[in-house]
Design a protein around this ligand. Structure first.
Ligand code: PEP
Ligand code: MG
Length: 569
């Protein structure tokens, strides 16, 4: 079995269609300058027509802002600077194909070296346009996904946005690529088009040939080449069930997250980048409960992102959430999250070391820049802010004081900042859960990070296979701490959420609801299944269930108890 990253969910079995770019062999002989120039001009016209045709085919399938990519491609192709440089090289004695390749490569290099993320990403677009142009100059056929007329799973090294846009969902039932990550263009388009996809699947190109059958589980990232009959039957059955389930859940997009007896909770989304907001809106997320801002820092190549870069990203999220709450978690770096441009001290236990708010309180320059960016963006929506890894009251007070200082400074500088910004904290260190009653007097809200709270409570590294048996978010010890945090928040009139993975665990939902949790924050595709679960439960009854499970002795007993309850209700 091969393993990749599941980026767009679905479970499919199908025939492999290998989508491999043609071998480009540059011409050795050169025609007259005039004929090389004419060849180039003809190729430009053909490329223009091709891109326009692809755009037409994609119209209706893609959103207007996604279609804009083709206009951008046309603009690049028609750019007088780009064409002028190629013509100059031809006039200087180059072949049309060599001139095109050289100028394209130079532009790709230039854009990929730029600091600005936007321009960096444009490098891929120039490569795409340049490749299409080059194929037309030398007269090789650019593979055309639109000619596919039977059900297939595309296997490729990577896919460009124009490849993905050409896909007809009636025939292309999924794709699997060797390269790519969660935020690569093809992954984003796959989610948008709802084509099941696994990316970063090492070995898929070498391990398959055209016509092979593969079974692909794009919920887990598992890909099986030449599956047995049993596996085919299992994948087909699970795939059909998943499809039917997803379809049926769509009716809940605009529905409230409310229990049978009228108790309302909020189901919010966890995001890492502004692009993730699409999924939040599509799945009916009521807020962003956790914006992991460190992704912006990890994507940055050679330095901490400056105030302006952060401001632009944060503002985009707030504007697109249109008045719904966005909880910005300040930089949570360290542990397993490293930066290319920052040297962390050598430590025996980085998860217990110099990270998150500890680092921010030490490196106030970095922290203040982020606080300013969040505060400036807060004028464009409903921002809330929370500090990660708070262990002591003193840390919370110091972080909040820096926030207040930056707020005052910005106001003096004449900036608009949002009113009534809630300033809360993550509860993910056992000491803060135990001391929750004290913290609740200072923080406006709690968001329980069950991923780390479990790791620290059970003293089991969340990434270790060897001790994974101890990584138990439903252990009564962890649940007792969760209850403590929720009760303390409520005692002081504050709200409490969970933004760790436990929030989307449908077996945990009855317990968390019964404990009085106000907000469940999770990855966007989990929202509707969670809402369905909440809407099927009775809050008063769940209070009893929560009390009962807290009295049990182990995670296994608790799981079994809730599963049994859900099965027999
Ligand atoms: C957590 O610890 O539960 C959490 C939500 O934060 P992260 O997973 O980013 O550490
Ligand atoms: Mg955490």
């Amino acid at each position: 079995m091969l393993k990749g990253i599941a980026v767009s969910s679905g479970i499919v079995v199908g025939k492999v269609y290998k989508y491999v770019q043609p071998q480009i062999v540059l011409q050795e002989t050169r025609g007259e300058t005039a004929s090389e120039l004419a060849k180039f001009k003809e190729a430009v016209a053909k490329t223009e027509a091709d891109i326009t045709k692809i755009k037409e085919r994609a119209t209706g399938k893609l959103k207007p802002e996604e279609l804009e990519i083709f206009d951008a491609h046309l603009t690049m192709l028609q750019d007088p600077e780009y064409q002028g440089q190629i013509e100059m090289k031809i006039n200087d004695g180059s072949n049309a194909d060599a001139a095109c390749q050289e100028v394209t490569d130079m532009m790709v290099n230039m854009f990929s070296m730029m600091e600005d993320e936007y321009f960096k990403e444009r490098a891929a677009d120039i490569k795409d346009v340049g490749h299409r142009l080059l194929c037309n100059i030398i007269g090789v056929k650019v593979p055309d996904l639109t000619t596919i007329d039977e059900e297939v799973i595309i296997v490729a090294s990577d896919l460009t946005p124009s490849d993905t846009a050409q896909m007809d969902k009636n025939y292309i039932i999924g794709f699997c690529t060797e390269e790519g990550g969660r935020t690569s263009h093809s992954a984003i388009m796959a989610r948008s088009l709802e084509i099941p996809a696994v990316v970063g699947c090492r070995g898929i190109l070498e391990g398959t040939k055209d016509g092979d059958i593969i079974a692909m589980d794009a919920t887990t990232g598992d890909v099986i080449v030449s599956p047995s009959e049993d596996i085919v039957a299992d994948y087909t059955k699970r795939g059909d069930a998943l499809k039917a389930e997803k379809e049926a859940l769509k009716v809940l997009v605009d529905q409230p997250s409310i229990s049978l007896d009228g108790h309302k909770v909020e189901i919010a989304a966890n995001i890492g980048t502004p692009k993730d907001v699409d999924g939040v809106i599509k799945n009916g997320g009521e807020a962003v409960g956790l914006y992991r801002t460190e992704f912006l820092y990890m994507d940055s190549v050679d330095d901490f992102p400056d105030e302006e870069t952060q401001f632009v990203a944060y503002k985009e999220v707030l504007e697109r959430m249109n008045g719904k709450r966005v909880v910005f978690r300040t930089l949570d770096i360290g542990g397993d999250k490293k930066l290319n441009y920052f040297e962390f001290p050598e430590e025996l236990n980085p998860f217990l070391g110099y990270r998150a708010v500890r680092l921010c309180l030490d490196r106030q320059d970095i922290f203040r820049t982020q606080l300013r960016a969040i505060l400036r963006a807060s004028a464009y929506g409903r921002a809330a802010i929370m500090f990660p890894m708070i262990a002591t009251i003193d840390e919370f007070k110091r972080a909040k004081a820096l926030y207040e200082e930056e707020r005052e400074k910005l106001i003096k500088e004449g900036y608009n900042v949002g009113e009534n910004i809630e300033v809360g904290m993550m509860v993910e260190i056992p000491a803060s859960a135990i001391m929750a009653e004290k913290f609740a007097q200072y923080a406006d809200f709690f968001s329980i990070g069950t991923n780390d709270l479990t790791q620290y409570t059970m003293a089991a590294d969340r990434g270790s296979k060897e001790v994974s048996y101890l990584y138990q978010p439903l252990n009564p010890g962890v649940l007792t701490l969760i209850k403590k945090a929720i009760d303390a928040a409520h005692k002081y009139g504050k709200w409490c959420g969970v933004c760790g993975e436990l929030a989307s665990d449908v077996v945990a939902a009855p317990i968390l609801l019964g404990l009085g949790l106000d907000e469940f924050s999770m990855t966007a595709p989990s929202i509707l299944p969670a809402r369905k679960m909440i809407r099927s439960l009775n809050y008063e009854e769940m209070k009893g269930l929560a009390e009962k499970v807290l009295d049990l002795e182990s995670q296994d007993e608790i799981r079994a108890y809730v599963e049994d309850y859900l099965k027999n209700r």
